[in-house]
Ligand binder design. Sequence first.
Ligand code: PEP
Ligand code: MG
Length: 581
Amino acid sequence: MSDKIIRGITASPGIRIGKALLFKGTKVVIPKYYINDDEVQEEIERFEDALAKTKKEIIGIQSQVARSLTKDLADIFTSHLMVLEDPLIEQKAIDQIRDEHKNVEWILNDISLKLIQSLDSIEDDYLRERIIDISDIHKRLIANLQEVEHTTLAKLDEEVVVFATELTPSDTALLDRDNVLAFVTNVGGKTSHTAIIARALEIPAIVGTRNGTSNIKNGDRVIVDGVKGIILVNPSTSEIRDYVTQQQELLILEHELSKLTHLPSVTLDDAQISIFGNIELPEEMSQIRDHGAEGIGLYRSEFLFMDTYLADEDTQFTQYSKVVDFFYPAPVTIRTIDVGGDKVYGFTEQYKERNPFLGCRAIRFSLANEDMFRTQLRAILRASYRKNVKLMFPMISTVEEIIWARKITNEAKEELKNEGKDFDDNIELGIMIEVPSAAINSERLAKHADFFSVGTNDLVQYTLAVDRIGEQVAYLYNPVDLAVLKMLKLINESSKRKNIPASICGEMAGEPLYTMILLGLGFRSFSMAATYMYPVKRIIRSVTIKECEELVDTLMDIETTSDADSFLQNHVKRKFPSLVK
Ligand code: PEP
Ligand code: MG
């Protein structure tokens, strides 16, 4: 048996066996001292020099990433440059040097601490992970001020598994790809830029281990299991043997699955199924296309606007157009912002609610902030000029909301027409079905919508009254609960009766365990993250609709959710042992 097992979150899948290397990164020491009047100018110049040097470094990393990886990944560093080039931050630092007579390292440390604190209080993983980006820039600036060499993982003498408290996006992008077998960090989550780069580099990574580094010594032998999200420290010979076999099986499976890219997603009895991608940031789009997706089924626009203000129309237009042009002529479904609930942003701070998931979230927020909504609608409409965009509203719970949202969309169209701006006048307008009232009234809602997209993450949460991010009640969060299955059945039947398409874009769509159920319930279109596309397609191509329907009937007859869950697990595992663990 191994000495210890460390648990974390898989950011990039795969299994690797190797020697641990503890990476401490650049040690940042912040000297703090007061300066005299006659030293102020010199201090400002020191700051400007370090700023210029840091910008140059980031541009260097950016072009290296663009050359060796992709242009989209290089764009990650554009946001670093935007912080460095932000005139407000620069001026603030200069003013504080002048007013407070503190040395520049001290001032910069205060500024970044404040930024980090404001992000840290936000209950949104994506935003909290931007802290790593800020600390990346901060460390580089301080290293340049003190003329300290920035330690990197760019050149290593032997193959290692890197353990670090955190890895910045630039540390990750510059990793020695021949020698870093995998990496493990104490902080971070699936949506961090570091995780996105790891997936693009196809380096297995486990993040969020909390105290992973304190359970490791340099040179320990480790197994990184990026399937289960665990690390085995000093494993036994039999564990190593076992994992070598699993590693080989996984390689064969990956190779086999990648052959599916250009094969149609069609069941054994000829039902055509569409697979679309879910996207949060434009950086993810190449990977989605490389996996053979037919377009984007869900573009979650809120992740573009994580600041204290909502981006203006042109900025939004540019961001949407990047994805829309990339996929043209394939369709891209852009969802208007879904803030509130667990997604709290600087600009939503005025809404401090007792029960945020039931509060001013998603379409309710947009309708309560009509100017902001109109700006977003205008930007999406403008991006639709090549006619491959669909517009979608999140969390519709009443007929009035869709009527109101449509009315504002029509007004925005009129404005654009009067201004002579191009857009798709026939743009399809769909709604997300993710609350029970919408599911129950879906037939009536269908009269007002061009398509449905089912957000199962929320539908399960609201149907079962289980907080989707609550650890204590996680055991109750189960998509095979009879109540959820009935909701899904009803949504699909309504869409059929009203002749509008209905797809699934919640996590359930990408979970191989549930593919047969969704097919059996009648859904023929799924939208998911790139990594899930091959396993789901493999299942689609190996089943008949008839057997899926029978499976749903059986499940619906089982008395308890836990028995239904065990039955499903056994059934799918038996049929697809390599795809469902
Ligand atoms: C959902 O609820 O299933 C969904 C896709 O939306 P989000 O996860 O962004 O709430
Ligand atoms: Mg949702």
